[in-house]
Ligand binder design. Structure first.
Ligand SMILES: [Zn+2]
Length: 445
């Protein structure tokens, strides 16, 4: 099976390169050819898609979300992080049954795909039973999207789990699911926050993840209050503490990383770690502004800065999954805080959402021989035309609703702005009803 996409503007593996008009040939699950201009007449293919006035770019990587929160939208308004977590989110999570999780995740995945994501890192916070987690993986497998499920855990405080249960379930998931669905599903170790995790379980889960080639993904340095809690308990700031435990490496994702010392930035760069930047959640919860421009700049004595990927965070603290909106917010935030109009040019912003996210998660890029994970954007719209600069239009004009087609692993998952293989209206109706019952059961309605 092969598909030719022709007459598209191409934003290939390096987001600095734009081909105004070109073609891409997909054979089975891989990109077989990329070229400028019209395709050569000798090119053989089964199907063709004309992409005049459309832009083809690498699949976007949503580097951090919690899709079970799709049933928890709207609770973050005017609440601090800790009030919001303790009085709303943790209660709702504790009341979810496996069917609630399945529906919330399916709706969340559909929203994420409509927002341009071909890879989604879901920091899954409802691991109350194996079933509560398996339904997430089954939903991703059914829709065909690429999923990194970071198995969340905390062995201290509210909803704490025993270290034995955390390790056993993480091992089960790694054995049964890591690399499943033709490699589209990955499992990750997902400690929730440093102040709710014991050093021993942090070390053991990271060691287990490393044995399986899996990453570790944790909320770090999100608010000043959290940094102070770790300093009080350990005498070290959170990134310093994690470094002292041997947890940092190219396989480590620091989610948020808003409040960082110079030493912590150096440590992240030294270990080749990734920062997952979530600008909307940082603004809604009044956490602060992550120093992205500084993180991306080469650190003293090093050729490169820190790898920074982009995430939406969960629907409860965002309240959406649109990666185009995240690109725009990431650019605005750095401009206004650095007072530098040159900060975060469009190519750099697109890199956060594509190649940097792909680097962090092992997802494909847009190059010949790579798995075909692509997004086709409809640029034939009043809020986009006329186009002066393709990259600037992607960052400043495009919206999730412009995603016309989504391809993952060579499979067309969205076409003509429709998610294939499910009745979206019926899903929305079912979720609407289910979420009302959940809020009543949890005592937050
Ligand atoms: Zn989060």
């Amino acid at each position: 099976m092969s598909l030719l996409i022709q007459n598209a503007a191409l934003v290939t593996g390096s987001p600095d390169r734009v081909t105004p008009r070109g073609y891409v040939l997909i054979e089975e699950d891989r990109i077989a050819a990329i070229g400028a201009g019209p395709p050569p007449p000798t090119l053989a293919y089964d199907h063709v898609l004309d992409a005049t006035h459309k832009v083809l770019l690498p699949g976007l990587v949503n580097a951090h979300t919690h899709l079970e929160q799709t049933f928890m939208r709207g609770y973050s308004a005017n609440r601090s992080l800790l009030d919001w977590l303790k009085n709303y989110i943790w209660k709702l999570q504790a009341a979810m049954d496996a069917e609630d999780v399945r529906l919330a995740i399916t709706l969340g995945l559909v929203e994420a795909m409509r927002g341009g994501a071909t890879t989604i890192v879901d920091h899954h916070k409802v691991p109350f039973s194996a079933r509560h987690t398996d339904v997430v993986l089954e939903a991703a497998q059914a829709l065909g999207v690429r999923l990194v499920l970071a198995r969340a855990w905390a062995d201290r405080g509210t909803n704490a789990e025993s270290p034995a249960s955390i390790l056993a379930d993480l091992e089960r998931l790694l054995d049964e699911w890591h690399g499943a669905a033709n490699g589209r599903i990955h499992i990750a170790n997902g400690p929730l926050v440093p102040w709710r995790c014991s050093p021993e379980t942090l070390r053991r889960t990271t060691g287990l993840a490393r044995q399986h080639g899996a990453i570790t993904h944790c909320h770090m340095n999100e608010t000043q209050a959290e940094v102070a809690m770790t300093v009080q308990e350990t005498g070290l700031r959170p990134i310093e503490w994690f470094a002292s435990l041997g947890l940092l490496g190219p396989d480590f994702h620091a989610v948020h990383a808003v409040w960082l010392s110079d030493r912590e930035i150096e440590l992240l760069a030294e270990h080749g770690a990734t920062v997952a930047h979530c600008p909307a959640a940082n603004m809604i919860l009044a956490s602060g502004v992550a120093p992205i421009t500084r993180l991306l700049s080469p650190q003293p004595g090093r050729a490169r800065g820190v790898n920074v990927a982009l995430g939406t965070d969960g629907p409860a603290s965002n309240d959406g999954q649109d990666m185009f909106e995240m690109m725009r917010l990431a650019a605005y935030l750095q401009r206004v805080t650095t007072l530098d109009a040159q900060a975060m040019p469009p190519g750099q912003v697109i890199a956060l959402a594509t190649v940097n996210g792909a680097h962090a998660t092992g997802s494909p890029r847009f190059a010949v021989g790579d798995k075909a994970d692509l997004v086709l954007l409809d640029f034939d719209a009043a809020h986009i035309q006329p186009v002066g600069d393709v990259q600037a239009s992607i960052v400043y004009n495009a919206r999730g609703s412009d995603v016309e087609a989504l391809i993952v692993d060579g499979q067309v998952l969205m076409r003509d702005k429709r998610v294939l293989g499910l009745d979206e209206s019926a899903l929305i109706a079912e979720c609407r009803e289910r979420a009302v019952h959940l809020a009543r059961r949890a005592g937050v309605a």
